[in-house]
Ligand binder design. Sequence first.
Ligand SMILES: Cc1cc2nc3c(=O)[nH]c(=O)nc-3n(C[C@H](O)[C@H](O)[C@H](O)COP(=O)(O)O)c2cc1C
Length: 217
Amino acid sequence: MSEHAFSPEERAAVYRAIAERRDMRHFSGGEVPAEVLARLLEAAHHAPSVGLMQPWRFVRVSAPQLRESIHALVEAERVRTAEALGKRSDEFMRLKVEGIRDCAELLAVALMEGRDAHVFGRRTLPEMDMASVACAIQNLWLAARAEGLGLGWVSLFDPEALAALLDMPVGSKPVALLCLGPVEAFYEKPMLVQEGWAKPRPLSELLFENRWGIQGD
Ligand SMILES: Cc1cc2nc3c(=O)[nH]c(=O)nc-3n(C[C@H](O)[C@H](O)[C@H](O)COP(=O)(O)O)c2cc1C
């Protein structure tokens, strides 16, 4: 064991947060205390980012009318997604895919404008800005689980329409609506597994050695 390792209890807590984090779409109302929200946003802001670009921007949605308008955008995209799914359309429409109206806090997360100026680590892989934002969201997600709060990542929206609603600058791009707040209980498994929509694959099928598709001993 490395001398830099956390204590056994601390390690267990980290792995527990990772294992018990769930994408939540059922919320029980209530609120997120201001100091807890501040801790969660700091956790997000501690994320790694390509070239230390810190491309994340957060918009806290506190106006009820704005939340309703956002819900309408998500609902419109939910219907379009169902249409695009063809024969699984009805099954998709029965899934709960967002908790925008029920969550205590709604946060929009976006990529900043002017990203082309950042070349370090992005010359061949410009999408590393998106990867950095995802790291920030994952930090927030894990910290929320440790705080006992649920979080759901909603990506069912027209980014241009959401950008317009949030008065975002040209070149920026919203990538997530985060529903955050108290929940009755955390799902034991991913909800899409519980509902029979998808089956997770084991790590052993996704881990190769030296050459793609070649599994080690
Ligand atoms: C980038 C990203 C976008 C997602 N968008 C949605 C979404 O729009 N609606 C939804 O219900 N879940 C969304 N999810 C949640 C996934 O469905 C969920 O993470 C997956 O089923 C595994 O479940 P778990 O997070 O509970 O382990 C998203 C997750 C990620 C990482």
